[in-house]
Design a protein around this ligand. Sequence first.
Ligand SMILES: C[S@@+](CC[C@H](N)C(=O)[O-])C[C@H]1O[C@@H](n2cnc3c(N)ncnc32)[C@H](O)[C@@H]1O
Length: 255
Amino acid sequence: MSRNLKDFFFKQAKRHGFLARSAFKLTEIQERFRVIRAGGSVLDLGCCPGAWIQVALQAITAQRASTKPSSLILGVDLKTCRLPQALEGRQQIQLLEADARHLQAVQLLQHCRQGFHTVLSDMCPDTSGIAAADVARSLELAGHAVRLALSNSSELPDGIRVTPPDQSASLSDAHETSPEGPQPGGVLLPEGHLVVKVLSGSGCNELHDYLRHHFRKVVWAQPKASRSESREMYLVGLCRQLTNSAGARTRVVPK
Ligand SMILES: C[S@@+](CC[C@H](N)C(=O)[O-])C[C@H]1O[C@@H](n2cnc3c(N)ncnc32)[C@H](O)[C@@H]1O
């Protein structure tokens, strides 16, 4: 991105009262793919300083849907996220200070029992400047976001290391069981959407291919507000599909 464009997004963020220019990345993704729905629930991994929370709040409260009980944003970050006063009091926003690599889906479902309509991850590691190492660490974080969303860590592509899920932490009490077929693991509801940041490099295509088994459509997005020197890209998985044990997709009826 040119210096001018960089200044443009910085100024725009100030003008619109966004906490960071990153707001425009999610805004662009939302305008293109409608990943967040009015009245929906959103898990925002790596939420600090809170610009995506601001964008998500606008989306879930659109069409006067704010009073729906499902309307919630759960922001997770390693750091303490201090939101401005105007946001702090909003009942739709909950914050959790935690390392996403050590979280289990059941812990997140305690905040939103039905599951989330949208899972976002803008998590990124502190970069070292060594491209291969940075890509690997960003893929690891992306892998954890995918694990929490879908909870099928044993199927994650080679090269993506994730903490093994706690087998004792059963999700069966969080998602209804049905004799008709496979049930969702993780926190993402059937037909829900996923947005995950990765630094492009080795392993990204494998993650893309993996997600294709779980979503009706998977696309790459590179928002204009991303810095041109940055390798960051977003994988967008649209409409989660359930898979059976053989990996075949099953038609799901949205809740
Ligand atoms: C680019 S910032 C996110 C910006 C945010 N989307 C916004 O618009 O305000 C990346 C965040 O990921 C967080 N992060 C990195 N590793 C994490 C981890 N393992 N668990 C939780 N958060 C993490 C960092 O603390 C940082 O705040």
